[in-house]
Design a protein. Structure first.
Length: 365
């Protein structure tokens, strides 16, 4: 390996340096999901400790943000960890597509993982940045295409965007407007608290998985992030908030991040009006695309996916990545878990880090 390389691991005590490194990458790679502020939300939500792995050589940069989590029930006396992307879309970024450079960066990352005893790694790649492609030649990383995610091209006139919507979608937006629904771009704490209330009530009604519940601190940090990198859009009927959605922005991409609508709002198309308003906000901010995400499942008829396809037929494949760094410890952890949860072992066999799941996380077979 060349001697002019440099490897560094940053945590959130070096937040300014973290963001400076990302800002040195090409503009098209500078998305909000990779930022230190975004990762702080998840660190303080209890999802692990945020780090940024940096490899430099010959003026090129490889940067990879991740959450490092201790494995509490370690089968050995020494501490061990696993790695997972923050919820959303991240993975590694590189200023060059050079196979040799990425290979050297990966070798350096493996060395880091070996030194601190990382057992396994789970990556959620960014579907619009296509950063899974650089890992296609990495033998120990298993890439899995999961499902289609929807995005909308904003580099068109507003009228063209409107006409590209499905007819039922346009009708629902009109319906909400006919009920005198008021759309407001919000940044106040009181508006955000109202959004959080609706969101939590909806998650409870849906019996949502634990990953969709967030701590008070998470919502506080998200509210702070919106002041410079996003917006909360609310819809009111007769002065009452019936729906709200959070939109985040990077250098060129907007994200439909969180949304929630109450029963009254759902009846009159408020979900459609909210997303349309977010599309217009992203266009006003000069972004080139808005990422809408996908469905809850891989089914092409998934209701959430179908809702988003009413806004755009453009899709990209969402990839995840799985890598085992310590095969011996991984085999011990998964085999112990499978024996302890024998009724669930077959159902959860494809979950890389299933050894983290507790009884309350499991769905009965």
């Amino acid at each position: 390996m060349s001697q002019d390389y440099y490897t560094e691991i940053l945590d959130l005590n070096r937040q300014t340096e973290w963001n400076q490194i990302l800002s040195a990458l090409p503009d098209e790679l500078q998305d909000i999901n990779f930022s230190s502020e975004y990762h702080r939300m998840y660190e303080e939500n209890g999802d692990g400790k945020a780090h940024l792995f940096v490899y430099r050589e010959g003026g090129n940069i490889f940067a990879y943000p991740f959450m490092l989590c201790p494995i509490e029930e370690s089968p050995e006396s020494d501490s061990c960890y696993d790695i997972e992307s923050a919820y959303g879309y991240t993975g590694p970024l590189s200023s060059t597509n050079s196979v040799s450079f990425v290979s050297k960066a990966q070798e350096s990352f493996r060395q880091f993982c070996g030194e601190i005893n990382v057992v396994s790694e789970f990556v959620r790649f960014h579907p619009l940045l296509h950063n899974s492609r650089m890992m296609q030649g990495v033998d120990d990383m298993k890439l899995i295409p999961l499902r289609d995610y929807v995005y909308l091209n904003l580099e068109r006139e507003e009228k063209q965007i409107w006409e590209s919507y499905s007819s039922p979608n346009r009708n629902k937006i009109r319906k909400a407007r006919l009920h005198d629904a008021t759309v407001i771009e919000e940044y106040s704490n009181s508006a955000f608290e109202e959004f959080r209330r609706i969101y939590v009530d909806n998650m409870r009604a849906l019996h949502a998985a634990p990953m969709y519940y967030f701590s008070d601190r998470f919502f506080q940090l998200l509210s702070e992030l919106l002041q410079s990198k996003g917006v909360l859009i609310t819809v009111k009927l007769k002065q009452e908030t019936v729906g709200a959605a959070v939109f985040l922005k990077g250098k060129g991409i907007g994200h439909y991040f969180l949304s929630s609508v109450d029963a009254d709002g759902k009846k009159i198309g408020v979900s459609n009006l909210l997303l349309h308003s977010g599309v217009l906000w992203c266009k006003k901010e000069g972004l080139s695309k808005i990422h809408l995400g996908g469905g809850v499942t891989a089914d092409q008829n998934d209701p959430l996916l179908q809702f988003k396809l009413n806004f755009s037929s453009n899709t990209e494949k969402f990839f995840i990545g799985k890598r085992i760094h310590n095969a011996r410890l991984y085999e011990k952890l998964t085999s112990d878990w499978d024996k302890k949860h024998s009724l669930h072992a077959e159902k959860y066999r494809t979950i890389l880090q299933r050894y983290r799941l507790r009884e309350k996380d499991l769905v009965n077979p």
